[in-house]
Design a protein around this ligand. Structure first.
Ligand code: URA
Length: 234
């Protein structure tokens, strides 16, 4: 939380005896500190928690939702958020070729709640699918379908418009199983050509261009916290 290292590397720093609490070297990973009262040093330099940061990124196609370099040489979202000093991490994932709204934060509790199905936070997607979705298929989609890892039913699905031989759908899920939208739509014979997430709970992308990020406003934070049963205090 001080922007010094990842959690795992921090364990290593402690084991190597490079961390002091109130002037004493600590080697026990379980030591608890009060950041208001205790003085923590790494390699002799005092460190302090950075402020909580909440941003949204409009992830473009063809970026991996991960920090650091990828093994495959593919681009990662890290290069889009290089200018943020806090160690923010993505809340959930978008596929490599999916675009759209991604929340990044260093607030672990908020992140857990956004992802937890208990809070039923709706995630809204625009999906361009192959073929013309009929009214009958749309009705079946609304009833849900058994996938290989269990039943899946959207909170909502509607036809936005037909685009030539294809259909643009708006589909909402509050769960986050891997490839849920693509698997769901493919199981009705309508594979996804292009997918974009346009909203998470009260947050929408608005006019944020692909590849750009912005801080959430206080109003958005209040709405987001309240949607997951927390109170926002600046
Ligand atoms: N569902 C998918 O299939 N892909 C995503 O990236 C997000 C939801």
């Amino acid at each position: 939380m001080c922007g010094v290292s990842s959690r795992r590397k921090a364990d290593q720093l402690i084991k190597e005896g490079r961390v002091k609490v109130n002037g004493q070297v600590v080697r026990d990973l379980g030591v608890k500190i009060d950041p208001e009262l205790d003085r923590v040093e790494v390699d002799g330099k005092e460190v302090r928690p950075l402020r909580k940061r909440y941003i949204i990124l409009n992830k473009p196609c063809c970026y991996l939702t991960q920090l650091g370099k990828s093994q495959s040489g593919k681009k990662t979202i890290e290069e889009l958020i290089k200018d943020i000093p806090e160690r923010v991490f993505p809340v959930g994932r978008l596929d490599y070729n999916t675009e759209g709204l991604l929340i990044l934060t260093n607030d672990g509790e908020l992140a857990n709640r956004v992802l937890h199905p208990r809070y039923k936070l709706p995630k809204v997607y625009l999906a361009l699918v192959k073929g013309k979705v009929s009214k009958n298929t749309l009705r079946k989609m609304k009833r849900g379908i058994e996938l290989e890892d269990g039943f899946a039913v959207p909170d909502d699905v509607r036809i936005v418009r037909y685009e030539g031989d294809n259909t643009l759908l708006e589909i909402t899920f509050h769960e986050g199983r891997k490839h849920i939208v693509k698997r769901f739509l493919a199981s009705f014979g309508h594979p996804v050509i292009k997918l974009k997430r346009i909203a998470i709970g009260p947050l929408t992308l608005g006019k944020l261009p692909p590849g750009k990020w912005r801080d959430l406003s206080e109003r958005e934070l209040r709405q987001l916290f309240s949607a997951v049963g927390l109170k926002y205090s600046p």
